[in-house]
Design a protein around this ligand. Structure first.
Ligand code: ADP
Ligand code: MG
Length: 615
């Protein structure tokens, strides 16, 4: 197959190219970073093949990237001695979108969002950036495998590309860009040198421009901390993450139980929160500076997938295959060491600068919650990282569970929380009243998953986590006023008869202060869970079955006292009122089933009221 063959780009690539060429970059120089980074990836892959003992074509070639410019010809080229590509590979890799990154990018476009140019590297559509500045791109490549012929790929980026066989190539890939008239600046050596210095100083292989070496090849993570500047770290972060500045950074080395060098970054923003699809870890696994697995999946627990960085362990066997790597017990050990280290680091940062930490928690808190549900081993360390608003603190200020404990009353044994859509709603909840009266601190849960998380946490430092809706607390002092014991007996009996199956038991409560009554949870579910169950059930056939709760009434409350006397005078209005206060209690618990029946009843009540004021 030495003849030239012509192929059409897939529709999605054409779409991508169109955006890249016509509307994407203001920052055209980025193509240099993308092509050098592809060269570096190819070299990393080769180094890995070599280390794991595969036989390699041209084994003596130095691993490097060479960038060359030609002012006369208006070209810039990138040559590497990496893994190379054969014919099929070049067609697949450069002619179809197989990478999840590019798919994400395209689906974002499909949603009509304007793509963020600086993200293109992230999305893995890097190669096509060449067409921003070139009207013709030639890629010649020779695979690392023995006996493979070389291949030449060319395209003007419009709709098609050509592939032919090429003799006499050495291992690796060379990409030649024929620059557009308006972009000949990229054939100027000083211009290219400065771009290379800016974007490619962390490439872990020597990068030459001509025969001049541009970068210093030394893995940052094995260098001693006091030699590294803040700017070095930032550049390294950008090298890995593509853009932005890190929020937190942890650089550590350990020699027991394992030899580990690591730099981990927490980025500024949570990509999943921004509406992008599930993120993949950006932490790369190295052994003695050889990349073993980029974006390693098993290296850290899934809930730490928001991190970017490097873990290098000298204890990993180099010749291990990536597949068996996945099950390695060693990897599990590294995972445990690094995770513990990171969680402790976050905890330390939280005490150093609580405000900065609170901000982190607002952005990344969902991963911490996810961790508590998933990871039994680190549950306690993760629970330390939780932050909540609380009845003891001003709005906007958060507390840790540890700090809550320091404020607990001497006889208090449980940590109380209450969930709701926001702070104001929770503060008005009848379940909150008794706690407020007794001066017991309640944590305010406003994330819908918080209660679910508590089901997994169950306790912290031997203090049970208890929903204020379920807590068994009572107000000791008798209020003096209100119904007598006998009156309560009669009233409770009457109310149960009136409400029938809509409630379980009706009884006098000791915990209500400002509300006439509340729903009690005999089945142990909080209102949040009940709402959840309701939603699940109503979506099932035959769903929506009535859950019956007990009703606790407040014998000291004015409404109850007056209702008791009304029932002997005007039983029909009293019955309406009884139904309405049950409805009110349901509303307080967020459980209104059908507001229409309530509107009807309210109208009846209003007319009863109008009639009585007339007489
Ligand atoms: P990404 O680098 O995110 O995979 P790119 O668009 O930058 O996406 O590159 C597409 C693919 O083309 C790469 O995954 C790789 O398989 C192949 N490729 C690009 N440049 C080279 C190169 N210099 N050597 C070998 N393969 C390459
Ligand atoms: Mg790339």
């Amino acid at each position: 197959m030495s003849q030239t063959e012509k192929y059409e780009f897939k529709a999605e690539i054409r779409q991508l190219l169109d955006i890249v060429i016509n509307s994407l970059y203001t920052d055209k120089e980025i193509f240099i970073r993308e092509l050098v980074s592809n060269a570096s990836d190819a070299l990393e892959k080769l180094r890995f093949k070599k280390a794991s003992g595969e036989s390699i074509h041209d084994p003596e070639l130095e691993l490097k990237v060479v960038v060359e410019v030609d002012k006369e010809q208006k070209t810039i080229s990138f040559a590497d001695t990496g893994i190379g590509m054969n014919r099929e590979e070049i067609i697949t890799n450069l002619g179809t979108i197989a990478h999840s990154g590019s798919k994400n990018f395209l689906s974002q476009l499909a949603d009509g969002q304007k793509p963020d140019a600086s993200l293109i590297g992230q999305f893995g559509v890097g190669f096509y950036s060449a067409f921003m500045v070139a009207d013709r791109v030639e890629v010649s490549s020779r695979s690392y495998r023995e006996g493979e012929p070389g291949v030449l790929w060319t395209s003007d980026g419009s709709g098609a590309y050509e592939v032919s066989t090429q003799e006499g190539l050495v291992r690796g890939t060379k990409i030649v860009l024929h620059l557009k008239e308006e972009h000949t600046e990229f054939a100027e050596d000083y211009r290219v040198d400065s771009i290379l210095k800016k974007h490619s100083s962390f490439v872990p292989f020597p990068v030459y421009r001509g025969d001049k070496k541009i970068n210093e090849v030394q893995a940052l993570w094995v260098r001693s901390k006091n030699e590294i500047t803040e700017e070095d770290y930032e550049k390294f972060f950008q090298h890995l993450h593509g853009f932005g500045k890190p929020r937190y950074r942890l650089h550590f080395s350990a020699d027991a139980p394992l030899m580990i060098h690591s730099i981990l970054f927490v980025p500024e923003s949570n990509m999943e929160k921004m509406g992008l699809s599930r993120q993949e870890s950006q932490v790369n696994l190295y052994c003695k500076r050889v990349l073993i697995e980029p974006n390693s999946k098993k290296l850290l627990p899934e809930y730490l997938r928001f991190l970017t960085g490097v873990v290098d362990s000298e204890d990993l066997p180099l010749n291990i295959s990536r597949e068996s790597m996945q099950d390695s017990a060693l990897l599990a050990k590294i995972n445990k060491v690094v995770t513990s280290k990171l969680l402790k680091f976050l905890n330390d940062e939280a005490s150093k600068d609580p405000e900065k930490y609170q901000n982190f928690f607002g952005e990344f808190g969902r991963y911490i919650r996810e961790g508590i549900v998933q990871d039994y081993t680190h549950r306690e360390s993760l629970a330390k990282l939780l932050r909540y608003e609380s009845s003891a603190l001003d709005a906007g200020v958060t507390t840790s569970l540890e700090d809550y404990i320091t404020r607990m009353k001497s006889d208090q044994t449980e940590i109380y929380y209450l969930n709701g859509p926001d702070r104001q709603t929770i503060e008005k909840s009848p379940y909150f009243e008794a706690f407020q009266k007794k001066g017991l601190e309640v944590l305010f849960f406003t994330d819908p998953t918080d209660e679910f998380v508590m089901d997994h946490l169950t306790e912290f430092k031997e203090k049970k986590m208890v929903s204020a809706e379920k807590a068994d607390i009572s107000l000791d002092e008798e209020s003096g006023t209100g119904l007598t014991k006998d009156q309560v007996k009669g009233f409770v009996k009457w109310l149960k008869e009136v409400l029938g199956d809509q409630v379980g038991e009706v009884r006098a409560s000791t915990r209500l202060v400002g509300s006439p009554c509340l729903l009690a949870n005999k089945d142990g579910m909080t209102s949040g869970m009940r709402q959840f169950m309701k939603a699940v059930k109503s979506s099932m056939p035959g769903g929506g079955m009535g859950e019956t709760s007990d009703l606790e009434i407040n014998p000291a409350h004015e409404i109850i006292v007056k209702l008791d006397s009304m029932r002997s005078r005007d039983n029909s209005t009293a019955t309406l009122v009884a139904h309405q206060i049950l409805e009110n209690a349901k509303a307080a618990a967020g459980l209104i089933e059908d507001p229409r029946t309530m509107v009807e009843r309210l109208n009846q009540l209003v007319s009863a009221l109008l009639n009585s004021s007339k007489s």
